[in-house]
Design a protein. Structure first.
Length: 589
């Protein structure tokens, strides 16, 4: 059975992952087609779109949808393209080339959270009525979950749905907050509680009496996207517009979020690459103290950090997408419940989806901040793109569940899967303890990156030891220890990222691709990950171990740490990476 997060107890090199270098020609053509459209039609209009030009936003969504990209996740039977998840994610990444985060978020909300609930959970009649028009963007979709008093606590919603005496309709009352496309959407997926208890989902049309929206929010960023309150004042919704099942709205809300988290991380990847290229152009033209600022070591270090971070995000993004795609491919497409089963299969990788969302959003935030620093005073002006990028990207750490919530999801799923013995943490602890006692830990058998892979496996062992200790100390109560959970989530995430990087390099080596500079990135990322992970592990040991058996736990850790022998000149590694970037004159991977 497939279990998300199982990489932690699986020796590296035992599975093949998806890497962008091995995408099919068809996938590459899809990516190139999207890039061509957004560079020709979105980028030149980005300033106009930023003025909240709703007419232009909708016009471009419809033009893009005419090419089929508005229906990538919709079944052919209902006018869709029914592309695989790899294609869907490539479209999301490529949209970043349009240089309009506002338009990207408007389109993304429409085809994603605005359409997918109906595409996946709708019955045949609901799909026939709504999907063909959503596919062409004749109707625009929006997703109404958040409320003024319930953000992260989605199930705390106060919007009510009361069934009429004749059983023909529900009356909805409530207010939804921060609704993307709220000012112009035609169809809303609305969450409300039936009888004040059963959290459920409804399809609500703008034309229903009592539906209205408030003024546009004055936002820090994404100023060209519509974000409003949606008011529901005695809105009569036909009973046939109940989506999925009464009291099962959480299944829609949380599963759709998994897709949204993956797409957000992939979209961030496109933004990271664009940021590097734009900052590089400036650094190669700007002179200070008689030389181009790109020649200064501190600037080189910043570019190296951004390249490594982007390479890592790329690796873990397509590793995750590949796992999801492979899981979905196991499902019989003729199954009448295919769409729902496909969504369930995505939940199998909820851990990786949250990791991708967290790392992607924080990476792009780091890029925006670093690029402003590279440009100095000019970076702080609206003449260059990074002030806008800084504002636009900040919300990514709040969208699709805050990064704090997502870190709880990561650690929480690990705890759940361990207690249910889906991930064999306890069995692996026995193997580690036996290896430490005999002085013979399992060795990595490989042709490339032996030091790096050995480092990763030792770090995974140390992570397993401290995770098991936390479970021993707190039991199920660990779910309430948020500081420990945050550290565990960060620990698991940095190890997943490193594994994705090393597997990508290995596959390039095995397929006889050029991997020399990838290897430099892999070495630097391994050293940086070891520094990060050991710091987290020591913090957990001292935070948890002092409640149980600190000396014994420290002894195990020190024995494992003695195997961490990888070292190198980080400064030289960074210079090699930056020199390669300068030679290629753009993000080179």
């Amino acid at each position: 059975m497939v279990v998300g997060g199982s990489f932690l107890t699986t020796p590296i090199g035992t599975e093949e992952i998806l890497i962008r270098e091995k995408l099919s020609e068809e996938h590459k053509q899809i990516f190139d087609s999207v890039v061509e459209f957004v560079e020709e039609n979105i980028a030149p209009k980005s300033k106009e779109l930023e003025k909240l030009n709703i007419e232009l936003t909708v016009k471009l969504i419809r033009e893009f949808s005419e090419l089929g990209f508005g229906s990538i996740d919709i079944e052919e039977e209902y006018g869709g393209m029914e592309m695989d998840k790899i294609s869907s994610m490539l479209v999301t990444e490529a949209i970043a080339h349009g240089r309009s985060a506002s338009w990207a978020i408007s389109f993304g909300a429409h085809v994603g959270i605005g359409t997918l609930p109906i595409a996946i959970f709708g019955n045949k009649e609901q799909k026939q009525k709504y999907l063909p028009k959503l596919a062409t963007a004749e109707w625009i979709g929006a997703y109404c979950l958040t409320e003024p008093s319930s953000g992260s606590d989605a199930l705390g919603a106060k919007t009510t749905a009361t069934l009429s005496d004749d059983g023909k309709y529900y009356t909805l009352n409530g207010t939804k907050q921060f609704i993307t496309n709220g000012g112009f959407a035609d169809v809303f997926t609305v969450f409300a509680k039936i009888n004040g208890e059963d959290f459920s989902c409804f399809i609500v049309e703008r034309g229903f009496e009592g539906v209205s929206h408030g003024a546009e929010e004055v936002k820090m960023g994404l100023k060209g996207s519509s974000t409003t309150i949606v008011n529901l004042d005695n809105v009569k919704v036909p009973v046939e517009n109940l989506l999925w099942k009464q009291g099962k709205g959480h299944q829609i809300a949380f599963n759709i979020l998994n897709i949204g988290r993956i797409k957000l991380g992939i979209g961030n990847l496109g933004g990271c690459k664009a940021a590097i290229n734009q900052a590089l152009k400036y650094a190669k033209e700007r002179k200070q103290f008689g030389q181009y600022i790109s020649e200064f070591d501190m600037i080189k270090s910043k570019f190296a950090d951004m390249v490594v971070m982007t390479y890592t995000l790329d690796s873990m993004a397509y590793n995750t997408v590949g796992k999801v795609h492979e899981n979905i491919e196991r499902i019989d497409k003729s199954d009448p419940n295919y769409q729902f089963k496909a969504l369930e299969s995505i939940e199998d990788y909820a851990i990786e989806a949250s990791m991708l969302k967290v790392y992607g959003s924080e990476a792009l935030g780091f890029m925006a901040d670093t690029c402003i620093q590279i440009l100095g005073g000019y970076g702080f002006t609206e003449e260059y793109p990074f002030a806008k990028m800084y504002r636009d990207t900040r919300v990514d750490r709040i969208f699709e569940g805050t990064n704090e919530i997502n870190r709880q999801v990561i650690a929480g799923y690990y705890l759940k899967n361990t207690l249910m013995e889906k991930i064999p943490i306890r069995e692996y602890v026995k193997i580690i303890n036996a290896g430490l006692k005999s002085g013979q830990l399992p060795e990595i058998d490989c042709d490339i990156l032996k030091e790096e892979k050995t480092t990763l496996e030792i770090l995974k062992m140390a992570a397993i030891i401290v995770f098991n200790e936390a479970i021993t100390v707190y039991g199920q109560g660990l779910k309430n220890e948020q500081m420990v959970l945050e550290d565990l989530a960060n620990l698991f995430m940095c190890l997943y990222n490193l594994e994705s990087v090393l597997l990508r390099i290995t596959q390039k080596y095995e397929d006889k691709m050029d991997y020399k500079m990838d290897q430099v990135i892999g070495r630097l990322q391994t050293i940086e990950t070891a520094n990060q992970a050991t710091g987290i592990i020591r913090r957990i040991i001292h935070g948890v171990g002092n409640k149980h058996d600190l000396p014994k736990l420290m002894e195990k850790y020190e024995k494992l740490r003695s195997y961490l022998t990888l070292s190198d000149n980080i400064y030289d590694l960074k210079r090699q990476i930056t020199d390669y970037l300068y030679e290629k004159n753009q993000y080179p991977f």
